[in-house]
Design a protein around this ligand. Structure first.
Ligand code: SF4
Length: 586
């Protein structure tokens, strides 16, 4: 499994841009999740949907079960996996009266179409691929009994004599092997009609492995043991001489071996979920941190705890409260800021403890943290909520009332109010499509603007407070929708309908760009018209920070993990520090 190669350069971990689900697998998972979320009974797949045991386990949690042969069923819903099936199997599924949801990858369907078209004209078919692989089995079904599978150059000589030949490849075929076999076929069948049907996702993945192998000392390939494309990535990397480790989960990593290498790359097969890649990266980083001595290891763990425990977010809420006061023109005070910090900390912790199922897929590091420290965090969040209420009551009765209402709404969000029936599909507030971002924005705006404004000494301009309310709401709303884009896969697993699920990732990014621009315009026009003071112009820097993190996310520089939370939630810290600086210099 391990090969040694000379180590060089500084210590780093590189993750392949193409690592994780290809678009065909993403599409199949989306079809499966949509089917499960709308079906009344269990759903079956004809063969495992993808070759990854952890994903299969997740699917079973959604009542999606893999059958070796779904034609044995008498009723129910069957999903055809990305590899497709033979026309004969499809016919049998239809004859049984089963509901078929077809997740055949369109690129595989295209190859099926090429074979079918040629078979109708009397062509024989040569498929370059692995005999017995589900995709190849499906493709053979379209060849009208005149299909041959070739896996190695030497096998070309054993093919029968054929007049008209059509040549295609398994979509995940190794490109080097494909070229060599095509050369041999052309020598034997000069008039063969050849179409390179290796899919772009495979091609890009293999090319990136070759590139990455030249930049690292060890390449970790993450994926299911039975995944052909994962095994192929590992084989391609091994041929370059780089150290290679093929693992299914992070528990298979050998710390002693990891520590031998400076530059480590991580790639993954097309059927490996992002959360598994994350776990492997975290484990590699953890092994290295442990070696740096107890002090640095402790520091790294403290930094992680600061973010995943929501202390980072709570502190951000406190700082945002100061900025909102400056924007609305009333005196910023530490007490309202502390109340907001305690509220945001407690609500986020309690809702996350209540919703660990979603976090399991979206933020594995948070799940691990809450599984370990859940009881302590629950106690701290409860104490924080009570102290926040006491401090709000000390400020003003109206502040206590707003705090109580916001707490009620925050806790009520994940509570099941009605049983789910065929007619009523919404049984919690969080089941209302795209509601999470609006509730989050309102909760933050209530405690960082409405509550401090109500308890502020002296007169508070209602229009100015309204501008601050919209500012706080929108800043939180942008952060929340971006988190939804990041979490789209996990949200599909648990059946949550967020904006990215409703309008797509590209549509959501465009929407966020428009909202950010709109917020900048609102600040400028509010300041220009005299509704708020000149501090509104300074807040354009916060809008610039927001635009920067949206861009960094788009470039996949901060696509998830601690970096995402630190940078994205850092906008509230930045905004608060801007307010403090403004206060000091004005
Ligand atoms: Fe489709 Fe290519 Fe993914 Fe296979 S690897 S499912 S052909 S996109």
């Amino acid at each position: 499994m391990w090969h040694n190669r000379k180590m060089s350069g500084k210590e780093e971990i590189k993750i392949a841009r193409t690592a994780g689900f290809c678009w065909g697998v993403k599409r199949a998972m989306d079809i499966a999740m949509d089917t499960a979320n709308n079906a009344d009974g269990p759903v079956y797949t004809h063969g495992p949907l993808i070759h990854n045991p952890q994903v299969i386990e997740t699917l079973e949690g959604k009542d999606i079960f893999a059958l070796e042969d779904a034609t044995t069923l008498d009723h129910g819903t069957v999903i055809i996996r990305t590899h497709g099936v033979t026309p004969q199997v499809r016919r049998r599924l239809k004859e049984k009266g089963l509901t078929i949801n077809d997740a055949t990858c369109p690129l595989v369907a295209k190859v099926q179409g090429i074979i079918k078209k040629h078979a109708a004209k009397g062509f024989s078919t040569i498929i370059i691929g692995d005999l017995g692989h589900a995709e190849v089995v499906g493709l053979l079904g379209f060849a009208d009994g005149k299909g041959h599978v070739v896996a190695r150059v030497e096998e070309v000589a054993g093919l029968p004599q054929m007049d008209s030949v059509c040549v295609v490849a398994q979509t995940t075929c190794d490109i080097t092997k494909y070229k060599a076999i095509v050369e041999a076929i052309q020598a034997r069948f000069p008039n063969a009609d050849i179409t390179n049907t290796i899919c772009d996702a495979t091609d890009e993945r293999q090319n990136e492995v070759l590139r990455l192998a030249g930049e690292v000392d060890l390449l970790i390939v993450v994926g299911g043991k039975s995944s052909a494309n994962t095994a192929r990535l590992a084989a391609i990397a091994r041929e370059t001489g780089v150290g290679v480790s093929l693992v299914e989960t992070e528990t298979e990593l050998d710390p002693a071996e990891i520590l031998k290498y400076q530059r480590i790359g991580i790639t993954a097969g097309a059927s490996t979920p992002t959360w598994m890649i994350e776990r492997v990266r975290d484990r590699v980083a953890g092994i290295r941190e442990g070696r740096k001595g107890p002090a640095r290891g402790l520091l790294a763990r403290l930094a992680e705890a600061w973010v995943v425990s929501n202390l980072h977010l709570g502190a951000g809420a406190g700082l945002l409260t100061l900025a909102n006061a400056m924007l609305a023109g009333y005196e910023p005070g530490w007490r309202p800021a502390a109340v907001a910090a305690m509220y945001i900390f407690s609500m986020h912790v309690l809702n996350q403890l209540n919703d660990l199922q979603t976090f399991k897929h979206n933020e594995p590091e948070k799940t691990r943290f809450y599984q370990r420290w859940g009881r302590l965090m629950g106690v701290l969040a409860g104490l924080s909520a009570v102290m926040g209420l006491a401090l709000a009551a000390y400020l003003d009765a109206s502040a206590a009332l707003i705090y109580t209402m916001a707490t009620f709404m925050g806790l009520a969000y994940t509570v099941k109010w009605f049983p789910k029936t065929r007619i009523i599909r919404i049984h919690r507030l969080k089941d209302i499509p795209a509601s999470k971002d609006i509730f989050a924005g309102l909760g933050w705006a209530a405690v960082t603007v409405a509550m401090p404004a109500m308890s502020a000494p002296g007169d508070v301009s209602f229009p100015a407070a309204a501008v601050a309310f919209v500012f706080a709401f929108t800043m939180v709303y942008i952060r929340s929708v971006l988190s939804d884009i990041r979490d789209i896969r996990g949200d599909r697993v648990v059946g949550r309908e967020t904006i990215p699920i409703l309008i797509g990732i590209t549509g959501s990014k465009t929407f966020l760009a428009m909202v950010t621009t709109g917020l900048a315009c609102m600040l400028v026009s509010a300041a220009y018209s005299g509704l708020v003071g000149p501090f509104a112009y300074a807040l354009l820097l916060s809008i610039g920070y927001t635009a920067m993190y949206l861009w960094l996310y788009h470039r996949r520089t901060i696509d998830r993990g601690l970096a995402f939370d630190l940078v994205v939630d850092g906008v509230f810290h930045f905004t608060g520090l801007l307010a403090i600086t403004w206060l000091l210099i004005s």
